[in-house]
Design a protein around this ligand. Structure first.
Ligand code: PXG
Length: 451
């Protein structure tokens, strides 16, 4: 046995000998592969990152679908700095601070009609859990407590908490984690390469996929179903667009059966599709909407649920002294996040960013679709400033080809995001036409280089 001092020394020596990358267990990452060849970003401004060696990297994914106004925008930086100095934290339960109300008003002002109540969370995942709980509680408060079933969609992504993975439809995110929530079912996804490959904008075929909800109503009975949650554009699973007429039909079926419709707009929110929210771009009004990411331009973690007034008001019927919704987070409406959110909305407004994707989408679409015919490309998809490039998987090695393209592009100064064999593009909304060309030409080179 070592003397205590000696063993402490030994431990310290061992720790020093370990790689400084050992302790951090990285999320959604092949940890061992990454740590053999780390990609460390150390600085960001506007459309670019810089890595630890000072190399400039064009950001084609707005960080992770969140930095819609570009990186390190001065107004946002200053707002966070000033707020940190003025008041770091305020308790959110039975107390509040002015910027929480101000940000809620500002979000409601750009939201679809009637969606004027805002509940703050700290992430998209928490926004999803909040919306699901809100839907269940809403039906209970209005006297239909039997509506407990939640419906998601195959290939859906709604964050990583238990509610979100239960209504989500990505096997890898579910299979390790047991039984999920009870009483959840899924409608089928809308991806249909055979009929819709290389569509420019929304695909023509597949509105009838919404009728799958009627099948679940027939199976479970509407009186047991609380809500349906879908992403208007499914992002994380690889950019799946709603077929023309699909969301409208989903809305009609929900209306017919008294089911709440939740749009998860965590990636489509804040200008990504050409309007502030996809609900506006596609002209379909949900009952609840989940937001995050672009809400603070990615600068401080924050999410939110937007609710129709009628949903909110239903809760406001009991005794005035009673807490209406037993839910919330220590960091709900955190002062730094609120300050960042207000400055973010100012920046979006000043620069017309919430509609800029609409102005650029034709140029973006044309550039993207010029990749048709390049090696491995089996589909190209676009809406607003979202692009999807689906590759044929390499034989026996699914996801390898897209990852190789990702690495090839990164080495040439371009940051992409891949999921399986699909490459996603979601650049900051401040992007210039020349930078769209740079993204597409770098990609073209990579597609020709990879096996
Ligand atoms: N809903 C949707 C639609 C999302 O895209 C979340 C919820 C969860 O948000 P948080 O803030 O809890 O991560 C997301 C997150 C990708 C990718 O590769 C996208 C997300 C997360 C990880 C990867 O596109 N979006």
């Amino acid at each position: 046995m070592n003397h205590p001092d000696e063993s402490a020394l030994l431990q310290a020596r061992e720790a020093a000998a370990r790689s400084p990358l050992d302790a951090y267990w990285m999320p959604f990452t092949a940890n061992r592969q990454f740590k053999k060849a780390p990609r460390l970003l150390t600085k960001a401004s506007g459309m670019h990152y810089w890595d630890a060696s000072g190399r400039q990297i064009l950001d084609a994914v707005a960080g992770l679908w969140c930095v819609n106004a570009g990186h390190a925008r001065p107004r946002i930086v200053q707002a966070i700095q000033a707020q940190a100095a003025e008041m770091d934290f305020a308790p959110p339960f039975q107390m509040a601070h002015p910027k929480a109300f101000e940000l809620a008003e500002r979000v409601a002002a750009i939201a679809p009609p009637g969606m004027d109540k805002v509940f703050f969370t700290n992430s998209g995942s928490e926004a999803v859990e909040t919306a699901l709980k809100m839907a269940l509680a809403y039906h209970r408060v209005r006297g239909e407590a039997s509506r407990t079933r939640l419906i998601g969609r195959e290939r859906g992504y709604h964050g990583v908490n238990f509610g979100g993975i239960s209504v989500g439809g990505i096997a890898a995110n579910r299979k390790m984690f047991g039984n999920m929530l009870g009483g959840v079912d899924h409608i089928r996804h809308t991806h249909d390469l055979a009929r819709n490959a290389f569509s420019v904008g929304l695909p023509e075929h597949g509105a009838e996929a919404a009728d799958d909800l009627e099948r679940l109503v027939a199976l479970h009975d509407a009186s047991t179903i609380a809500a349906v949650i879908v992403e208007p554009v499914a992002g994380s699973t690889g950019v799946l667009l709603p077929p023309r007429g699909y969301l409208e039909r989903l809305r009609e079926i929900c209306d017919r059966h008294g089911i709440l419709l939740i749009f998860d707009e965590v990636i489509t929110g804040f200008g990504r599709t050409g309007q502030p929210f996809a609900a506006q771009t596609f002209g379909v009004l949900p009952d609840l909407m989940t937001l995050a990411k672009g809400l603070t331009n990615g600068s401080v973690p924050m999410g939110a649920v937007l609710a129709q007034g009628k949903v909110h008001d239903t809760f406001m019927t009991g005794p005035e002294k009673a807490i209406e919704f037993f839910h919330g987070y220590t960091y709900s409406a955190h002062p730094l996040a609120c300050a960042a959110g207000i400055a973010t909305l100012d920046t979006y407004a000043e620069e017309g960013l919430l509609t800029r994707a609409g102005e650029l989408q034709d140029y973006f679409a044309q550039a993207l679709h010029s990749l048709e015919g390049e090696p491995h490309v089996i589909d190209l998809r676009n809406v607003g400033l979202v692009g999807g490039i689906e590759l044929a998987p390499a034989p026996g090695a699914p996801a390898q080809r897209a990852f190789d393209v990702f690495i090839d592009c990164y080495e040439r100064g371009l940051l992409l995001r891949t999921t399986g064999d699909i490459i996603a593009l979601s650049p900051p909304l401040i992007i210039q036409r020349g930078q769209i060309d740079q993204i597409v030409e770098t990609l073209r080179g990579a597609l020709r280089r990879v096996a």
